[in-house]
Write a protein that binds this ligand. Structure first.
Ligand code: FES
Length: 287
């Protein structure tokens, strides 16, 4: 069960307990084991003269007078009725025997509701910080069929437009074998099938770096750092190349491992030319 499903279930439980609590308050009905008369304070019960009927145990049906006399001292009235007065004997009983009072029931219901609510908060909090095991950023992301991605990237005029993969927060771009051989990334797992995945975050202060189609590179609008199409540093205050991820071909699909962010120093020489046209930002802050 996912965290979202778990949260929904927990919310449903809290809602159910809340409804039960409201029903108990409104109707005054609790569980079958709950007998409020039995659990009334004995002293208050004795002093409450309006409850005389309640104080008088009824004669069990079918019983004889003689039997009643054995129970307590009966008062035989003029019409022959038998009445027992103020002779009710109370015995000390344990809490287990007394069962649960309304107040105890409501207190427990409130505690359970509060506990469930706190549990939901804890689960949400844990879910926020817990590393994702599949599907999202921080895990392996399926970017789709490699051939499909390539058909998106390569344009008819020979230019390139990166495929942006939101779940991976990454741009997928081409790096052919010849260019890769001249790059810092000739070894390792950051290239597969002529594709690389570049993290969208600027390595200077973290702005999202947009793609500039005319220059065929990345140009950060915050302080003007510039990178070529595979994220190699060109200009500006950025201390290194754009970060990247390991990639793999899994049954013809591109899988981006966003669990590890791979840093690299400024490229000594760029493996892909930049700029290839006009820049999208006018100013580049000097480093
Ligand atoms: Fe991109 Fe400063 S955050 S250049």
């Amino acid at each position: 069960m996912s965290i979202v499903e778990l949260s929904f279930a927990a919310f449903a439980l809290v809602g159910f307990l809340g409804i039960v609590g409201i029903v108990v308050i409104v109707t005054g009905r609790g569980p079958k084991s709950f007998n409020w008369k039995k659990n009334l304070d004995k002293k208050a019960l004795k002093e409450d003269k309006s409850q005389t009927n309640f104080l008088e145990p009824e004669m069990p049906k079918g019983e004889t007078e003689a039997t009643v006399e054995e129970i307590d001292e009966p008062v035989v009235e003029s019409d022959g009725a038998v009445k027992l007065e103020e002779k009710v004997i109370y015995e000390e009983i344990s809490e287990e025997e007394a069962g649960i009072t309304r107040r105890q029931f409501l207190t427990k219901a409130l505690r359970i509701s509060f506990g469930a609510f706190a549990g939901i908060q804890a689960i949400s909090w844990l879910g926020f910080f817990w590393p994702k095991v599949s599907g999202g950023f921080g895990s392996k992301v399926d970017a789709g069929p490699i051939e499909e991605i390539k058909s998106q990237i390569f344009q008819a005029d020979g230019s390139v437009i990166p495929a942006f993969i939101p779940a991976a927060r990454a741009y997928v771009l081409p790096l052919d074998a010849a260019a890769a051989a001249n790059s810092q990334f000739a070894t390792g797992s950051t290239i597969t099938d002529g594709l690389v995945a570049v993290y969208q975050r600027c390595v200077h202060l973290g702005c999202r770096v947009p793609w500039c189609n005319s220059s065929q590179g990345f140009e950060c609008p915050c302080h003007g750092s510039k990178y070529n199409m595979v994220g190699e540093y060109f200009a500006g205050p950025a201390p290194r190349n754009l970060d990247r991820f390991n990639v793999a071909n899994v049954n013809g699909r591109l899988v981006i491992d966003t669990g590890t962010i791979i840093e690299s120093p400024r490229a000594p020489g760029m493996s892909v030319k930049y700029p290839q046209g006009l820049s999208c930002i006018a100013l580049t802050t000097e480093e």
